[in-house]
Structure formats: structure tokens, C-alpha cells
Design a protein around this ligand. Structure first.
Ligand code: ADE
Length: 245
């Protein structure tokens, strides 16, 4: 999968995404991440990419021309027959979820557009953006951190990026449950023992315990998610009877 990130601060992207699991996935060729400097495409002789907002008001607005030409250059550079999905990171959008990450991971190419200042001229957004995505109900100084969050979450759903094929699907938020607690050596730390069931070697029991812990954790920490889980996993009569016993 190929990520193309349109930004005024490409070094922010390259520095952060060159490390750890995502960096190694790039090295192995599972994914590519191309940070495109919007300023390289300005037609302004002073390299300007922003201007005052029509109608007045505080701050500056990113101009349409450099953004559009940077976007066009991605299409041409990758010889794409039709424009790929283009995500604009903005707080004025639905909040990003694991389901969105999975869905975007099906794409071969993804363009992420980072805004700055008071935003981007609406006309170019109308022309190129297919998806508007926020990473939460707070305002960042620019879209770069949001683009990195989305890139990381999408990239790890691409086959081959995670070494353990299972770990992308068995963890927090899969099926609307948070992940169960994890333990590693030593068996006793600070006077606290690892739950004995994890040492039993009985995989069925371990799985059942983990599911119960995941449910309990979700109920306590994310009642909103737990309500969805309960709605989508109605307790059958048989299970109810077992529970009541
Ligand atoms: N740009 C500024 N704030 C943002 C947010 N919360 N999500 C996505 N992009 C943003």
C-alpha cells in the first residue's frame, strides 16, 4: 500500500514514520510513505502558499493552487488512472475509528492532506477530497499529527506489516471490546502474582478468562463500547441459564 501525505512540513512525517514497526515495514517494501511538500508546487514567486481570508477574520488560509498541483503531481508520479481516495484531516469531520482504518487499508493508494493555519480554500477541497476525517474532538495546530495517526493505524492493518498475523485482529477494539490484561515474566513482581489460569496450559480456559476480562474492562472503561458489544452479542437462553447457575 502506498501513502502519499501532502504537507507543508514533510520532515515531521519522515522523522516520525521512519522508525519502529512502520519504518521496518517501509524497509521491507510492505508499504511506502511519500511526504510531498506542498510548497514545492507553489506558483508564487515568493514561495507563498497562504493568503488572507476573503471576508476578513484572523489567520491565513492555504491557497488552492499549490494544494491542487501537489495532488495532481502524486497522480502523475504514480501513474494512477483515476484519483485515489483523498483524506483531508480536519476536526470538522467524523472521528476516526478502527473500522475506518480497516476499510482504508483495502486501498492500494491513499492521499492524506494536512491543513494548517485557518484551513484550506474550500474550492480545492471540493475538487479533490473524498473523505473528511478527525482524530478527536480537539484542535491541533496542523493536520500532520492526525495524518500520522491515520497512517499508523491503517498501515498496521496491511498484511505483512505486523509480524504476527493474528495480532492485528485480536486486540483492543476488535468486536467492540478492549483487550484483556497481559502479563510477562517474572511470575511474581512486587508481591503480585500472575493470574494462575494463565499458567495452567489449558488454552480453552485461558481464552474464556481473557474474554471475561475483556468484557469487564470494556464495561468499566468504555461503557459506550460495551453497550454496542451487548447489543451485537445477545445472551442466548442457554448461556443465560449457565450464568444463573
Ligand atoms: N487538524 C487539527 N485538528 C485536527 C483533528 N482533531 N483531527 C484531524 N485533523 C486536525
Amino acid at each position: 500500500m502506498h501513502f502519499h501525505i501532502l504537507t507543508l512540513f514533510p520532515e515531521m512525517i519522515t522523522q516520525a514514520l521512519n522508525t519502529s514497526i512502520i519504518g521496518r515495514a517501509v524497509q521491507r517494501g510492505c508499504i511506502s510513505i511519500d511526504a510531498v511538500n506542498i510548497r514545492d508546487y507553489t506558483a508564487d514567486r515568493h514561495n507563498k502558499t497562504d493568503d488572507y481570508p476573503y471576508g476578513g477574520g484572523a489567520g491565513m488560509v492555504m491557497q488552492a493552487q499549490p494544494v491542487y498541483d501537489a495532488w495532481k503531481a502524486v497522480l502523475q508520479g504514480a501513474a494512477l488512472p483515476r484519483p485515489p481516495r483523498t483524506v483531508y484531516l480536519t476536526p470538522q469531520a467524523p472521528v476516526f475509528t478502527q473500522d475506518m482504518a480497516k476499510e482504508l487499508a483495502q486501498e492500494e493508494h491513499l492521499i492524506l492532506l494536512c491543513g494548517h493555519y485557518e484551513g484550506i480554500d474550500e474550492r480545492v477541497l471540493e475538487e479533490i477530497v473524498t473523505d473528511y476525517v478527525s482524530i478527536g474532538d480537539y484542535v491541533l495546530t496542523g493536520g500532520e499529527l492526525a495524518a500520522m495517526v491515520v497512517t499508523d493505524a491503517v498501515a498496521r492493518m496491511v498484511p505483512g506489516v505486523l509480524s504476527n498475523a493474528l495480532s492485528g485482529s485480536t486486540e483492543s477494539l476488535e468486536g467492540n471490546l478492549l483487550e484483556y490484561p497481559q502479563y510477562t515474566r517474572p511470575e511474581i513482581w512486587n508481591g503480585k502474582a500472575v493470574p494462575s489460569i494463565l499458567l495452567s496450559g489449558d488454552h480453552a480456559k485461558v481464552d474464556a478468562w481473557r474474554l471475561e476480562m475483556a468484557k469487564e474492562r470494556t464495561r468499566q472503561r468504555r461503557p459506550d463500547l460495551y453497550a454496542i458489544y451487548e447489543r451485537t452479542h445477545p445472551v442466548t437462553e442457554k448461556k443465560k441459564k449457565v450464568r444463573e447457575r
